[in-house]
Design a protein around this ligand. Structure first.
Ligand code: ATP
Ligand code: MG
Length: 503
């Protein structure tokens, strides 16, 4: 008898079939990777297990007994913990309050979860991750996004769980955090916890999971031992066909005219100093650990950091950094993709078409600014096809899309903008491998068309596969930007950790 058994689970949202008969059996102590393209149904399955969504058909059993969770709280009591793909924390509450939300002994519930024990456990977990900013009394909204993810994990584990569901838990993590998380998972599995681990990184899947299950179009299409399957086999199971190269062929471009000159830009305390030049046709990568100041750099350039200082020149025109606003930057030809798509990237209640075309309304309007709905639909459909956005139609609200597909809309929306300089902060977070290739292709085409791209990424293969030059941020200081051939993954890491500016 398995610890968890799922048979024939199906779920539709209106006309969208999210799950179409999923089977899965999980043993105690097992770490199972759940993989598949964006929109394959992974998160929906997790939400059903965690009592947040009700299945239309199918059965679930825990220890051979029927399992029909009435609510997330009910699922939690049955020993299921879910780490959500999107952060689900309350920004105004403290770290400790967030962790203990729904765990505290309640007047009406009868204290089936021990609040004191949960608090002790949560504190121990916080300590395990050892982020200096992770004080239990700190307000969650003021934490960097990686630290918020740690809180999310600690919250899921504060109650005693037997089955842990992790929906892309590392998408906001640096390698160090990943290591800590993996050691935690190994410890929990050794104590008999069963884990379902969702990730778009096959490297991670191989490291942490003994077995995999592939979802495609809402069905389980393959299960096996990770060690016995090649990347190619896994990818072809996920996408239903073999895939070509991940990165586009590009001619390195490093001697276009300087389009953006950045001189001593700072935004203390996170960003101490950054100077570089960005040229037309070039993709300049920025590597660095989470919290090293990378995000603050792009935010400062885009006029989003209040205390920023320094100078920039756009096509030779000197502009102040202090006091600049995002509206000015937009009119000066900047486009910006935030690392936090749900807060700064997308309008979730609006349609996919509205989101995609909002950055370039002139292109889909008639004279006097009337929106031409047919042109808007056509323009949106072009992006939906180009980036393989899995949607019913362009008027679906962005909220109805899977996480990775929302990210694709955010990327499409930005690249649709008629900008000269694109500032991209983690553009492929949460995006499946096939769609990554599509996005790389689109970014490369932008560069080819004479735009300049600043690409902030934690994913080294994409920096090496795409960039012409690379600079590394360490403790708020940016190294010299050097041709990509002069870097190796080791020198990037050494610079990121050690802070030396020489490669
Ligand atoms: N609340 C909803 N309303 C309408 N459609 C939905 C809703 N939630 C999910 N869907 C649809 O169900 C399908 C499966 O989505 P799901 O979020 O489970 O995918 P996923 O495998 O987790 O993808 P990703 O890798 O992008 O996170 C998608 O087509 C999605 O658009
Ligand atoms: Mg998902």
């Amino acid at each position: 008898m398995s610890l968890l058994e799922i048979r024939g689970i199906a779920k539709r949202f209106g006309a969208t079939v999210a799950l179409d008969g999923v089977d899965l059996a999980l043993e105690a102590g097992e770490v199972r990777a759940l993989i598949g393209e964006n929109g394959a149904g992974k998160s929906t399955l997790m939400n059903i297990l965690a009592g947040a969504v009700r299945a239309d058909r199918g059965e679930m059993e825990i220890d051979g007994r029927p399992y029909v969770p009435a609510s997330p709280l009910d699922a939690r009591r049955r020993g299921i913990a879910l780490i959500h793909q999107e952060l689900s924390l309350c920004p105004h509450l403290t770290v400790a309050e967030n962790i203990l939300l729904g765990v505290e002994p309640s007047r009406w519930g009868g204290g089936w979860i021990d609040g004191d024990a949960a608090r002790r456990k949560a504190l121990a977990l916080l300590e395990h991750f050892g982020h200096p900013q992770l004080h239990p009394d700190r307000r969650v909204g003021t934490l960097p996004i990686a630290a918020q993810q740690v809180v999310e994990i600690c919250r899921a584990l504060a109650a005693n769980a037997r089955i842990l569901l992790m929906d892309e838990p590392t998408s906001r993590f640096q390698r160090e955090d990943v290591d800590r998380l993996f050691s935690l998972i190994r410890g929990l599995a050794a104590q008999g916890m069963a884990v379902i681990y969702i990730s778009h990184f096959l490297e991670e899947v191989r490291e942490i999971a003994d077995a995999y299950t592939v979802l495609r179009d809402g069905r389980s299409v393959g299960t096996g031992e990770t060690a016995r399957a090649s990347d190619e086999q896994l990818i072809s199971l996920m996408v239903g066909r073999a895939m070509g190269g991940l990165f586009p062929e590009r001619v390195r471009s490093r001697d276009g005219e300087v389009i953006l000159a950045v001189d001593e830009v700072a935004a203390p305390p996170a960003l101490q100093h950054a100077s570089f030049e960005l040229r037309r046709g070039e993709i300049l990568g920025i590597a660095g650990l989470m919290g090293s100041g990378r995000t603050e750099l792009v935010r400062a350039l885009f006029g989003l950091e209040r205390g920023a200082s320094g100078r920039i020149a756009v096509q030779g025109r000197a502009l102040a950094v202090h006091g600049a606003t995002a509206a000015q930057r937009l009119s000066q030809g900047f486009g910006y993709l935030s690392e936090d798509r749900t807060r700064e990237g997308l309008a979730l209640p609006l349609s996919i078409a509205d989101n995609l075309t909002a950055t370039n309304l002139a292109a889909v309007s008639r004279r006097w600014g009337w929106l031409d709905l047919k042109r808007q639909w056509t323009a949106a459909q072009r992006w939906i096809d180009a980036l393989h956005i899995r949607a019913q139609d362009p008027i679906q609200p962005a909220r109805a899309l899977s996480g990775g597909n929302q990210q694709k809309v955010a990327v499409g929306r930005l690249l649709n903008q008629d900008a000269d300089v694109f500032l991209l902060d983690e553009p492929t977070r949460g995006i499946d491998i096939g769609s990554k290739a599509q996005i790389y292709e689109t970014i490369a085409r932008c560069a080819e068309e004479g735009k300049a791209v600043l690409l902030v990424s934690s994913y080294l293969p994409e920096l090496f596969g795409l960039c012409d030059r690379l600079a590394v941020m360490s403790r708020g200081r940016l190294s010299d930007a050097r041709p990509i051939e002069e870097w190796t993954p080791e020198t990037v890491l050494a610079t990121a950790i050690g802070g030396s500016t020489s490669a």
